[in-house]
Design a binder for this molecule. Structure first.
Ligand code: HEC
Length: 192
């Protein structure tokens, strides 16, 4: 009877351990990691503008006619999801670029389309927000090249951190099997 208890305990302990593990994995997989857009702001002349207003300005000036956000929109110009990161998170540089454009390269000066500083910083707030949204890893390295070539898939690499998890898992599993066998053998001895 004692040995049966030992076996049950050696099975129960890892199963109980799985409960917090699985709760944790659900939490990290499904938790909403996106920030509240009304809390993502850019400041201009002492006033702050948020990403909700920014989205409206982004639509008003039809940026989507040429650009994409997470791949949605026009394919004439680069995707803007991570542009704030590309530009080094410099709000003034981004706002000024949007206002001045790059006419020689096809980016119209938004100042000519009636955009003022306020609207430019609203758009900046929106682009700060898009940089922070959870895109599930999109884009992968080189997944949106302008040359039209297919991506070369980057191979999965076994990181040392993952390897130790595997090793510890195997050791743990073996100890479990040993515990069951020993308990079984002892049980036989006890009966004999
Ligand atoms: C008529 C098409 C068109 C519209 C409309 C347009 N853009 Fe552009 N934009 C471009 C092109 C083309 C480029 C790429 C210029 C280059 O190659 O350097 C660009 C570049 C940019 C860049 C720099 C991207 C980078 O990765 O360096 C930003 C930021 C940007 N646009 C923001 C906006 C915003 C914000 C709006 C709306 C307010 C907008 N654009 C509207 C055509 C457009």
């Amino acid at each position: 009877m004692n040995n049966l208890r030992l076996i049950l305990i050696s099975l129960l302990v890892p199963s109980l351990l799985m409960i917090p593990y699985s709760v944790l994995s659900f939490y990290t997989d499904f938790a909403n990691k996106n920030p509240d857009p009304s809390q993502v702001t850019a400041s201009f002349s002492g006033k702050s503008y948020n990403a909700v207003e920014g989205k409206k300005a982004f639509e008003q000036y039809q940026c989507m006619g040429c650009h994409t956000i997470v791949g949605n929109g026009g394919y004439f110009a680069p995707d803007l999801t991570l542009v704030n990161k590309r530009i080094g998170g410099n709000e003034a540089a981004l706002a000024n670029f949007i206002l001045a454009g790059a006419p020689a390269k096809g980016m119209p000066p938004m100042r000519d389309r009636g955009m003022n500083g306020e609207d430019a910083y609203r758009v900046v707030a929106f682009l700060k927000y898009t940089e922070k949204i959870d895109t599930n890893g999109w884009p992968n390295n080189g997944s949106w090249d302008r040359d039209g070539k297919l991506d070369s898939a980057s191979p999965e690499r076994l990181l040392p951190g993952n390897m130790w998890q595997a090793v510890l898992g195997i050791v743990f599993f073996n100890l479990l099997v040993f515990a069951i066998i020993i308990a079984y053998e002892r049980g036989k001895e006890a009966k004999a």
